[in-house]
Design a protein around this ligand. Structure first.
Ligand SMILES: Nc1ncnc2c1ncn2[C@@H]1O[C@H](COP(=O)(O)OP(=O)(O)O)[C@@H](O)[C@H]1O
Ligand SMILES: [Mg+2]
Length: 543
């Protein structure tokens, strides 16, 4: 099966058999993939008590102009060839989209992109035959019969009607989401009330946030707990996220669905295609794997500047477009950014216990690696101090507030945002792009297998959300009104901190979120004052 983007569409496998030099010729796969596939199919057939045909058989994968990639074609090609040779029967197979990689012994290995494949099958009114390890993933798509395949021989016997294979029981997405375990809890974090509060505000409004603090202050620990206080994934979001994980081959084989908000933490040495997405046939990167969840960038100033700058667009648009000479693909990437950095290269600037060894010049140039335009997309900056050992060492200290309690407040604040933050129509609305052309699957004897193709259809993309962080300038004016007292406070703060015009808007959004957490219809002076405080680290970062 081949994956380009996040969609599957079908490939027909046609066969032609005639006397002549004994040879199986596969047409329509790129050369390298073809050689490997031929070798696997031959071994798998011979090791499944099936006969390798001693005739000339041509197997064609159509349409020819469609890029096909990956080992998923092994199974449909093998079945087509065996059918042409009279060892298998394609009648029963014709009602299914089929994908699977063959091992040399004839057993099946999991493939990528089974969720988009099952969605495609539903659209076409077909079932799917997939490797058993992908069956749970396919079974979340309601209304599609899923046949789990373990072995080529077993499947051939089923196709000929000799044996039966039990279809995978369908799974209700709602049930899967309900049984999601939570691994890390805010209750484990001692003290750090200020940081916890800031993360609650960030989660409530969907604000990007940067933590500045020395090593060991708990930045990573805190960041990991953010997905646990965000609202549960909706069914639509879970499908949309799983689709990305499916294409990347990262869906848990037992569950078959991504059930909790992603937390992705690419290392600062990660490659640009690894983070942004890319490759010859573009694959989703970390920012898309973080879709609907949290992207944690530790040691942010250590990241290559080009990478940081490339993040600006997805941060703004919630999606990333990867362009190649002959195609351009869009992956969703609407995530909450949680950044972390040390206050200086040695890490101990302003630490009460350790002495900082950096010069002022070193500190400034370190901080300036985060460009102004990037910082402008981060609504909140938070300083995290190291907890004194005395406080950390107390074993019987009362547990902190649980993630569940914080999440309840976050959800109440989100509800207020949903009800209030109505879109204010712009004059021009972009037209949806036309659906990809799909060829007729039922035409020829033979089999169909999925391949991938571009971009997520609009109906699977979760709404941009109506979080305060996502408000447009127009919405900020309408929904984040400031009374004269607030106005005066904000003007003074901007002057004192030397903040940009964008910061003005961002402070208002954060203040709106704090008011929402407080259940208040209007932004009051204490809300705004707290919001300004989450911006004051910024002046120092800008040097
Ligand atoms: N407030 C805290 N409560 C409990 N444990 C903490 C706290 N702060 C730090 N720790 C402990 O210190 C370790 C290092 O924290 P970490 O999150 O990796 O710090 P940082 O990312 O800032 O370097 C954590 O794994 C945790 O065990
Ligand atoms: Mg860390």
């Amino acid at each position: 099966m081949s994956i380009v983007g996040l969609d599957a569409f079908e490939v027909e496998v046609e066969t032609d058999i005639r006397p002549g030099l004994a040879k199986v010729i596969i047409v329509g796969l790129p050369d390298a993939a073809l050689k490997e596939s031929e070798a696997r199919i031959e071994s798998a057939v011979k090791n499944s008590d099936l006969e390798w045909p001693m005739q000339r058989i041509v197997v064609n994968l159509a349409p020819a102009d469609l890029r096909k990639e990956g080992p998923g074609f092994d199974l449909p090609v093998a079945l087509a060839m065996l059918s042409a040779h009279g060892q298998c029967d394609h009648t029963r197979l014709a009602g299914y989209l089929i994908a699977g990689e063959l091992s040399l012994d004839g057993s099946l290995r999991p493939v990528h992109g089974v969720l988009p494949m099952a969605l495609k099958a539903r659209e076409l009114g077909l079932g799917v035959i997939v490797p058993a390890q992908n069956a749970a993933e396919a079974a979340v798509v309601s209304g599609v019969t899923v046949i789990p395949a373990r072995h080529l021989g077993e499947l051939v016997s089923w196709a000929r009607g000799y044996t039966e294979l039990a279809p995978q029981p369908p799974r209700r997405i709602a049930d899967l989401l309900e049984n999601t375990p939570q691994d890390s809890d805010f209750a484990d974090v001692r003290g750090q009330e200020h940081a916890k509060r800031a993360l609650e505000v960030a989660a409530a409004g969907g604000h990007n946030l940067l933590m500045v603090g020395p090593p060991g202050s708990g930045k990573t620990m805190l960041a990991k707990r953010v997905p646990g206080i965000l609202p549960d994934l909706s069914e639509e979001e879970a499908l949309s996220v799983t689709r990305i994980y499916s294409v990347a081959g990262l869906v848990d084989a037992d569950v078959g669905l991504v059930t909790s908000r992603p937390f992705r933490a690419p290392h600062h040495t990660a490659s640009i295609p690894g983070v942004i997405g890319g490759g010859t046939i573009p694959r989703p990167g970390e920012i898309s794997l973080a879709h609907c969840g949290v992207l944690f960038l530790d040691e942010m100033p250590e990241m290559p500047r080009t990478l940081l700058e490339t993040l600006r667009q997805p941060l703004e648009d919630g999606e990333v477009t990867i362009s190649r000479a002959n195609l351009s693909l869009t992956f969703p990437s609407r995530f909450m950014l949680v950044g972390a950095m040390n206050p200086c290269p040695c890490g101990y600037y302003s630490d009460p216990k350790h002495k900082c060894t950096c010069s002022m010049g070193q500190i400034l140039s370190y901080r300036q690696r985060l460009s102004g335009p990037l910082l402008d997309r981060i609504d909140m900056t938070l300083e995290v101090a190291r907890l004194p050992v005395e406080k950390l060492a107390v074993d019987d200290a009362p547990a902190g507030e649980s993630s569940a309690a914080i999440k309840a407040r976050v959800m109440a604040a989100r509800k207020r945002q949903r009800e209030r933050n109505q879109p204010i129509p712009r004059s021009a609305v972009a037209a949806p792009s036309p659906a990809p052309d799909s060829s007729d699957a039922s035409a020829t004897p033979g089999l169909v297998a999925p391949v991938g193709q571009a971009s997520l259809p609009a109906n699977l993309s979760p709404s941009p959300g109506v979080t305060n962080a996502a408000l447009t300038s127009r919405q900020v004016r309408a929904y984040c009104k400031l009374d004269p007292a607030c106005q005066a406070l904000l003007t003074r703060a901007i002057e004192r901190l030397g903040l940009s015009a964008r910061a003005y808007e961002r402070i208002r959004k954060v203040a709106r979120t704090i008011a929402d957490l407080d259940g208040s219809d209007d932004i009051q002076v204490p809300h705004l004052a707290e919001a300004i405080q989450y911006r004051s680290g910024e002046e120092r970062l800008r040097g």
